[in-house]
Write a protein that binds this ligand. Structure first.
Ligand code: COA
Length: 182
């Protein structure tokens, strides 16, 4: 019986399936458009979060792409906003291509973009609309229902906040407004 074992050279070329992240570039535009269409469908343009991004542009320097074995497979955006006089970010859309799900790319993107944004020291929180089961184990917390006002319908139980100041999730109040230049 012949057995096949990986030589060191083979091992180096074997797929790792371990996700990594990098900043998005102009060449990623088509990939990101296609990915968001696959992940959210044509209804994405009617979403309240989309309306916010229409009003307040994303920070392209915080647009990240996840790769698995050199292949782009996920994306996340950040929109600078302010709520109640405090600057912060709205995370989303976050999406991983269906062929690359459950490898950790989504959580890596959410964690990494949050770390990079807050490390700038200019924004105090990262707010998003998403599933508690997915985001709360990563540090997001439910907000006080109805405190954060959106320019359209949103399920208030899905409005979650990440902040170093752990009281902010329950106290942050107001409409979503433009990032305030200081
Ligand atoms: C949600 C999404 C980004 C997750 O991407 P991913 O790369 O597969 O995420 P990860 O590999 O980091 O995490 C996968 C784990 O989260 C779980 N998970 C995925 N979506 C979940 C959800 N909505 N609620 C709770 N858990 C969820 C998976 O079951 C998996 O669990 P396991 O590790 O126990 O198997 C991806 O499924 C996606 O693009 N979905 C469509 C778009 C979307 O809903 N985006 C989020 C809106 S804010």
């Amino acid at each position: 019986m012949t057995s096949v074992t990986a030589t060191p050279a083979d091992a180096a070329s074997m797929p790792s399936r371990v996700p990594t992240v990098r900043p998005a570039t102009a060449e990623d535009t088509v990939f990101i458009d296609d990915l968001q269409a696959i992940a959210f469908g044509p209804g994405r343009f009617a979403r309240t979060a989309f309306r916010i991004r229409e009003r307040f542009p994303i920070d392209t320097s915080l647009s990240l792409v996840a790769e698995v074995d050199g292949v782009a497979c996920g994306s996340v955006w950040m929109t600078p906003i302010s709520i109640g006089g405090k600057n912060g970010y709205m995370l989303g859309p976050l999406a991983t291509h269906p062929n690359y799900r459950k490898l950790g790319a989504g959580k890596l993107l959410a964690r990494e973009v949050t770390k990079r944004a807050l490390a700038r020291g200019e924004g105090e929180f990262v707010m998003l609309v998403g599933d508690r089961d997915y985001y709360c184990p990563l540090g997001w917390e439910p907000t006080t229902l109805g405190n954060i006002q959106f320019p359209g319908p949103v399920d208030p139980t899905r409005v979650l906040l990440f902040a170093e100041d752990r009281t902010l999730a329950s106290t942050l109040t107001g409409p979503i407004e433009a990032w305030q230049e200081r």
